[in-house]
Write a protein that binds this ligand. Structure first.
Ligand SMILES: [Zn+2]
Length: 168
């Protein structure tokens, strides 16, 4: 479909990336989900954090209100791996910059609604991704516990436990 420049590892990498654009689970996503599950966390996959907002996150921790996006290096313009294909370069550049703008907007809208948004690149090692997610979820749960009035606190603490980690 396209000819790519050398900064991209392999053209197979690009093809894989393009295929994994929407609605497909990337390998890193699967690995991260598997690790989170094994650690006892529960989550929704390809889920809208806000029902009213047509943006789907890859992994969603609903009670902790943490939304995870694993961005494809090609489609979201990773600075290490993205370079515009020579063929139809303008077309791809426009498409990718539109995606980047949309990502920024999504981050802002979700943050405004009280969500923690975490974005990772598909090239990141899954262990690092998992520990970052765990850290943020635990932080969210601690913050909730400290910041909210006691009546709300007990409710939130209970539901957060049910959502993320089994109590036993
Ligand atoms: Zn990358």
């Amino acid at each position: 479909m396209t000819e790519v420049q050398k900064s991209w590892a392999t053209s197979e990498g690009v093809r894989r990336s393009m295929r994994s654009n929407k609605g497909r689970d990337t390998l890193i996503e699967l690995r991260v989900r598997k690790q989170m599950f094994a650690l006892g966390y529960r989550y929704r996959v390809n889920h809208r954090p806000l029902q009213s907002l047509r943006r789907t996150a890859d992994i969603v921790f609903t009670r902790a209100r943490v939304a995870i996006f694993v961005d494809g290096c090609f489609w979201h313009g990773c600075s290490l791996h993205y370079s515009a294909p020579k063929a139809n370069g303008d077309f791809w550049s426009l498409k990718v910059s539109t995606n980047i703008r949309r990502d920024d907007e999504t981050n802002r809208l979700l943050a405004d609604a009280g969500w923690t948004v975490l974005r990772f690149w598909e090239h990141e090692p899954n262990d690092a991704v998992v520990s970052s997610i765990v850290e943020h979820i635990d932080k969210r749960r601690r913050t909730h516990t400290v910041a909210l009035p006691s009546s709300v606190r007990s409710m939130t603490a209970t539901s957060a436990t049910a959502d993320t980690k089994p109590s036993k």
